[in-house]
Design a protein around this ligand. Structure first.
Ligand SMILES: [Zn+2]
Ligand SMILES: [Zn+2]
Length: 181
């Protein structure tokens, strides 16, 4: 039976933060959440010209190795992620799929030359994780700026949104059947 959301740490995200993320995701999605360690070779997804890591290749890796009871699988990383058409991404997900990835790299104040604040980092990480998992349930970007499915290019846009779905997105989510294998 597919009923577990797996969180896969990739390249040293802080473990106490992952525990908070686990609690938040189990509340938002009403899923059983577990940690899963996979030996992802980060050099294999590194782009030497960009000095970034290709998020789509991380998704492919997760899909290859997910356990049979996987409802969704989410990698959480410190690596700076990209897809070829964009300079960076906070995360990526398969639309109506099972795999997603989020990065803390550009969610940290330090990246912008501002003093570190772990509460702010956690707030952003939870929102981006919920956002990417929302895509796996078929949700697209929402025009409501307070909705977690609002698109965010800058951390300021993450900070003004909530980590919940707006009523319209929540209704879509509630009506979404899990994708068949
Ligand atoms: Zn999105
Ligand atoms: Zn919405």
């Amino acid at each position: 039976m597919r009923n577990t959301l797996y969180i896969v740490p990739v390249h040293h995200p802080r473990l106490e933060n992952l525990e908070l993320l686990k609690q938040a995701l189990s509340e938002v999605f009403s899923l059983h959440v577990e940690f899963l360690n996979l030996e992802l070779d980060i050099e294999a997804v590194f782009n030497i010209r960009r000095h970034q890591y290709h998020s789509t290749e991380i998704l492919a890796y997760l899909l290859d190795r997910m356990p049979d009871d996987t409802e969704r699988i989410l990698a959480v990383t410190d690596l700076d992620l990209y897809i070829p058409i964009l300079t960076f991404v906070f995360g990526e997900a398969q639309l109506r799929g099972r795999a997603a990835v989020v990065s803390c790299h550009r969610l940290k104040n330090e990246f912008y030359g501002i003093p570190a604040d772990n509460d702010i980092l956690m707030d952003r990480l939870i929102k981006e994780a919920v956002h990417e998992l929302g895509h796996t349930y078929g949700l697209i970007h929402c025009t409501n700026y307070a909705c977690v499915m609002h698109a965010s290019t800058y951390v300021e846009e993450i900070d003004i949104k909530d980590y919940h779905f707006c009523p319209a997105c929540q209704a879509l989510l509630a009506g979404t059947e899990p994708r068949q294998p």
